[in-house]
Design a protein around this ligand. Structure first.
Ligand code: C2E
Ligand code: CA
Ligand code: CA
Ligand code: CA
Length: 279
């Protein structure tokens, strides 16, 4: 039968304990990294389909661990989100966004240029989040008009009743809201009608083979059409080649990002990158 022997149970317990111990160590190190500026926020530029001009950037966290080397966000963000550290990463990301908006002179650029920050699931269901954010931008509240916040539909749908007023408060502050990884969740599309959002980000899963797969073409075309119908901006992510860029632009997508236009880069490299783009 399927019952476990006591040796199997014991070995399972030991493994989950090891896992727990490893996670606790990782969390302790992450906390140290957060206190010592050990996390960096790289920026990946976005472009307008219309003229391939720069229209802001998405901030992506990077952890350069002293022993383990570079740890990608997928390996510590989910862990951090289940811990007391979840708010701290967002706070660092928002401070970094404030610095980017200033140093890249985003305010001198067309009005749709923004710096985007990925929120964790808990931020959108925290009623005090908008106030905390406005505190972080207190020394220049105008910068809030140059900030975009990316939230996943999974995070929204989990606690819809709280998320909606939080998003409304954020938008009243001049912030725009992007729905990240659009189409990858299992929620009904009907939520798009009611969600206070400005942008949808089309997931790389649909973009990467769009030139080859007529099914992906169908999905992406409909997502772009639906965005237009609802007055939302569409942004494609993970554009790695020129053919994909052309397909998206021919099909009325508004903006895109991906290795073809630019890879994520440290803040120190952004200014010189922008210089080469505009000269
Ligand atoms: P995401 O928000 O969907 O971010 C896009 C991911 O695609 C990034 O991975 C980016 O480096 C990668 N990417 C961009 N262009 C291309 C491309 O052309 N080809 C390919 N193959 N990949 C591309 P990254 O930086 O490893 O981030 C992974 C995920 O970690 C993000 O997915 C986001 O969910 C999360 N994350 C990153 N930074 C933060 C943060 O500051 N806070 C929170 N809460 N989550 C973050
Ligand atoms: Ca994102
Ligand atoms: Ca995304
Ligand atoms: Ca994604």
């Amino acid at each position: 039968d399927g019952a476990l022997t006591s040796a199997q149970v014991h070995s399972f317990d030991r493994r989950t304990n090891d896992l727990r111990k490893e996670n606790l160590e990782l969390l302790a190190e992450l906390r140290r990294a957060l206190m010592n500026e050990g996390l960096a926020f790289y920026a990946q530029p976005k472009a307008r389909c219309r003229d391939l001009s720069f229209c802001g950037a998405e901030l992506l966290v990077r952890w350069n661990h002293p022993e383990r080397g570079f740890i990608p966000p997928d390996q510590f963000i989910p862990l951090a989100e289940r811990s007391h550290l979840r708010g701290a990463i967002t706070t660092h990301a928002l401070r970094s966004a404030f610095a980017y908006i200033g140093s890249l002179n985003i305010e001198d650029q067309p009005a749709d240029s923004r710096i985007s920050v990925n929120l964790s699931g808990e931020d959108v269901t925290d009623e005090r989040f908008p106030e905390r954010l406005s505190g972080l931008f207190r020394s220049n509240p105008n910068f809030l008009r140059r900030l975009e916040l990316e939230v996943t539909e999974t995070a929204l749908v989990r606690d819809w009743a709280v998320a909606v007023p939080v998003l409304e408060a954020l938008r009243e502050m001049g912030i725009t809201i992007a729905i990240d990884d659009f189409g990858t969740g299992y929620s009904s599309l009907a939520y798009l009608r009611d969600i206070p959002a400005d942008t949808i980000k089309l997931d790389r899963a649909f973009i990467k083979d769009v030139v080859l797969s007529s099914q992906n073409q169908c999905i992406v075309r409909h997502a772009i059409d639906m965005a237009k119908e609802f007055g939302l901006t569409s942004v494609a992510e993970g554009v790695e080649d020129e053919a994909t860029m052309h397909w998206l632009c021919d099909n009325d997508c508004d903006m895109f990002q991906g290795y073809w236009f630019a890879r994520p880069m440290p803040q120190a490299d952004m200014l010189s990158w922008l210089d080469t783009k505009s000269s």
